[in-house]
Write a protein that binds this ligand. Structure first.
Ligand code: CUA
Length: 364
C-alpha cells in the first residue's frame, strides 16, 4: 500500500502510465513476500528476542495448528507441482514448430473422463481438508477442564488488555503470567475472553490460534505452555486507532516462580512513606476514578489496575518499556506516546508530574 501511495504522489492518476498500477501492485506483492521471508528469518535468527511466530509452537493448540498448516501446505504444494509441471511440460512439448502452417488445430469437446477427473478429485481433496480440520478443531474445543485448572479472564479494552485471575484474586494488565505445563505436572490455563467495548482478537501465535473477543459474548481458549520463556502476541482484529498498539506479553514460569509471582501480586500496594506526597496528589486527582491501587481510595475500573504497576516491563499495552523516564512522559501526556489513547493528560505542573511519577514508581 505504501509503495502504491508513494508512486501515486509521483504520478497523479491522470498522468499515470498505463500499467503503473499493475506494476505497483506487483512491487507491493514482492514487498509483502520479502517482509514474510524477513519475519521468518528473524524468527530463526533471533531466538532470544520473542517474535510472534507460528513456526515454533510451545502449546498444544499451536502444535496442532502448525501440523495442520503443514498438512494443507503439503497437499497444495503437490497440486502446484502437478499443475505447474504439466503447464511447463505442455509449453515445451507442444510449442509451435517451424513447420506450423498457422491453421487452427482440431478442437475437442466433452470428454467425460477428463471432466469427471477434474470434478471428483478436487471434491475429494476439499472433503479430506474439511474433515481433517473439523477433527482438529473438535479436539481443541472439547477438551475437558480439570476442576483445579488455572482460570484467567481477559478483557479487551481500547487499547489494552485487562487480565484477571478470579480464583487467585489478582488483577493486572497487558502481561499474562502462566505456569509451565509439562508432562510431569500438566497445568493448562483456561482463558475466558470478554470485551469492554468493540471486537478485538486475542492472539499469541506460539500458544494458540486467534480467538475473537466480542462484546456481550464470552469466548474460551486454553493453552498449556510446555516450556518457560517469554512469548508475544497482538490484538488481531482491527479495533480502532491504536489497534496496532495493543500488544501482549506472556511470561511462562516454573511452578515455583509462578507461585512467587502470585504471592507478590496478591499483596496490597506497598505504602512507601517517601512517596506520601505523590500518593496524596494522585488520590486527589481524577486518576482514581479510572485506576485501582488496591489498599487505597483509587478503585476505578476503566483503566489498568496499577497496584503492581512496576512489576510490568512495559506500559501503554506494550508500546514502550516501563522506565522512570517513559512513565513520567506517559503521565505528563499519554497522547504524545500513544495517539488516541483514552487516558487524558491531567495538565499537571512539572513538579506535580514528578510527584505522581515518584509515587507510581513505588508500586512494585
Ligand atoms: Cu484490539 Cu485490535
Amino acid at each position: 500500500m505504501s509503495v502504491d501511495n508513494h508512486r501515486g504522489r509521483e504520478n497523479p492518476p491522470s498522468r499515470r502510465r498505463p500499467g503503473a498500477r499493475m506494476m505497483s501492485a506487483r512491487v507491493a506483492a514482492c514487498a509483502g513476500i520479502g517482509a514474510g521471508v524477513l519475519l521468518a528469518t528473524a524468527a530463526v535468527a533471533g531466538a532470544d528476542v520473542p517474535q510472534p511466530t507460528i513456526f515454533t509452537p510451545v502449546s498444544t493448540p499451536a502444535f496442532i495448528i502448525r501440523e495442520i498448516a503443514f498438512f494443507v501446505l503439503g497437499i497444495t504444494a503437490a497440486i502446484f507441482v502437478l499443475v505447474g509441471g504439466l503447464g511447463v511440460y505442455s509449453m515445451i512439448r507442444f510449442r509451435r514448430p517451424r513447420s506450423d502452417d498457422g491453421a487452427e488445430p482440431p478442437q475437442v469437446y466433452g470428454s467425460r473422463q477428463i471432466e469427471l477427473a477434474w470434478t471428483v478429485v478436487p471434491i475429494l481433496i476439499v472433503v479430506v481438508l474439511f474433515f481433517v480440520t473439523a477433527r482438529y478443531i473438535w479436539g481443541i474445543e472439547h477438551r475437558a477442564q480439570e476442576a483445579d485448572a488455572l482460570e484467567v479472564t481477559i478483557v479487551g479494552h481500547q487499547w489494552w488488555w485487562e487480565i484477571r485471575y478470579p480464583k487467585l484474586g489478582i488483577v493486572t494488565a497487558n502481561e499474562l503470567h502462566l505456569p509451565v505445563s509439562d508432562a510431569v505436572r500438566p497445568m493448562p490455563a483456561y482463558l475466558t475472553l470478554e470485551s469492554a467495548d468493540v471486537i478485538h482478537s486475542f492472539w499469541i501465535p506460539q500458544l494458540a490460534g486467534k480467538m475473537d473477543v466480542i462484546p456481550n459474548k464470552v469466548n474460551r481458549l486454553w493453552v498449556d505452555p510446555r516450556r518457560t520463556g517469554t512469548f508475544v502476541g497482538q490484538c488481531a482484529e482491527y479495533c480502532g486507532l491504536q489497534h496496532g498498539g495493543m500488544l501482549l506479553l506472556v511470561t511462562v514460569h516454573t511452578a515455583d516462580d509462578f507461585a512467587r509471582w502470585t504471592t507478590e501480586q496478591q499483596a496490597s500496594a506497598p505504602d512507601a512513606p517517601a512517596a506520601a506526597a505523590g500518593r496524596e496528589l494522585f488520590s486527589s486527582l481524577a486518576c482514581i476514578s479510572c485506576h485501582t491501587v488496591r489498599g487505597t481510595p483509587a478503585n476505578g475500573v476503566f483503566g489498568p489496575d496499577l497496584t503492581h504497576l512496576m512489576s510490568r516491563s512495559t506500559i501503554a499495552a506494550g508500546v514502550i518499556q516501563n522506565t522512570p523516564k517513559t512513565l513520567r512522559a506517559w503521565v505528563e501526556d499519554p497522547e504524545s506516546i500513544k495517539p488516541g489513547a483514552l487516558m487524558p493528560a491531567m495538565k499537571l505542573s512539572g513538579e506535580e508530574v514528578d510527584k505522581v511519577t515518584a509515587y507510581l514508581l513505588t508500586l512494585k
